[in-house]
Ligand binder design. Structure first.
Ligand code: PRT
Ligand code: ZN
Length: 298
């Protein structure tokens, strides 16, 4: 019998496409993908990738057309609140926070317009493409405002007189700036997430979900991690340990012919900056070497 294959939905073409494919490649997946193809076959894992619009991903997973999906928390939460508002059950499950697709859903007012929290929202028209998330946010704070639902170009709504303020995604803030808008409050901090179907999977498929999760964890840890090697006088060991960023138990190795000096090897789970190296040197370290980490499994 053929091995059952997992189906994973990712964005076909957009901001999440490249980082999603990059994550899957780092997890060891090799896929063949023809241009404009809807589905790619995993050559070395029982996992196929479906390319769709990001807005369709929660539904595909919820309805068990796909087992897994990579999608922005903003899209996921909008769907969650929409389902709740319609009285439908929410059946997808968020498995992991991913380290890409970072942005925030924020309220922004025209430049020069004062903002005083809820008082400045009461009775106002707010343009957004996230009506359910915004509705939930306003309801939680008992604010009565009009939600103007748009399908795009939210940032020009105030200038066109269609709204008093907006609620939209922001990453660098340059779109807001170009449209003379000022970010005043965050509604949701967002990033990509891995979601799964609520349906119980056959053991073989489940095993691959677990393996994928473990590899994702490894990939994310490695992105920040560095391997650091240095020589140090034994007397400075305590201070050097303190200076090594995010490392638990460094390996201490004696140096042949130098009874007072040792080599220290450590995995640092944070980036190692020049300032740290300078401080280590001041503490007595020499022969400092920082290497990228390729794979990690703990
Ligand atoms: O066609 P499809 O429906 O699949 O794509 P889409 O157009 O809906 O989505 P896309 O590709 O624009 O974004 C996909 C996901 O990326 C979003 O759902 C977010 O989770 C995430 N993301 C991260 C962003 C941004 N950063 C972002 N800056 N999505 C959109 N933006 C837009 C924002 O709407 C605004 O217009 O970029 C502009 C603001 O950017 P700054 O840098 O000027 O602040
Ligand atoms: Zn979309």
């Amino acid at each position: 019998m053929d091995e059952p294959r997992l189906k994973l939905a990712i964005q076909k073409s957009g901001r999440l496409t490249d980082p999603s494919l990059d994550l899957l490649t780092r997890c060891g997946l090799k896929i063949s993908r023809g241009k404009d193809q809807l589905m790619a076959f995993g050559e070395n894992m029982p996992l196929d990738v479906l390319f769709v619009r990001d807005d369709d991903i929660p539904d595909l997973v919820q309805e068990d057309v796909c087992d897994l999906g990579l999608v922005g928390l903003n899209v996921l939460e909008e769907k969650r609140h929409e389902l709740a508002a319609r009285g439908h059950p929410v059946r997808f499950e968020a498995l992991r926070t991913l380290d890409f697709g970072r942005c925030r859903l924020s309220l922004a007012v025209p430049e020069g317009q004062p903002f005083d929290g809820r008082r400045s929202l009461e009775g106002k028209r707010i343009a957004t493409t996230y009506p359910y998330l915004l509705e939930h946010y306003l309801r939680e704070r008992s604010i009565a405002a009009d939600i103007v639902t748009l399908s795009g170009a939210v940032e020009i709504a105030p200038r066109l007189g269609r709204a008093d303020l907006i609620c939209d995604l922001v990453s660098t803030g340059s779109t807001l700036q170009a449209n003379h808008l000022r970010e005043v409050e965050t509604v949701l901090e967002s990033h990509a997430v891995l979601i799964r179907t609520p349906v119980t999977l056959p053991p073989l498929k489940n095993e691959w979900v677990e393996r994928l999760l473990m590899r994702i964890e490894g990939v994310q840890q490695v992105r920040e991690s560095k391997y650091i090697m240095l020589h140090a006088p034994r007397s400075a060991l305590e201070e050097i340990r303190r200076l090594l960023p995010g490392s638990e138990s460094p390996t201490i190795i004696p140096l042949e012919g130098f009874p007072d000096r040792v080599a220290v090897h450590a995995v640092c789970r944070e980036n190692v900056f020049w300032e740290t190296l300078e401080r280590l040197k001041q503490a007595g370290a020499s022969a400092l070497l920082v290497l990228p980490v390729e794979k990690m499994l703990s």
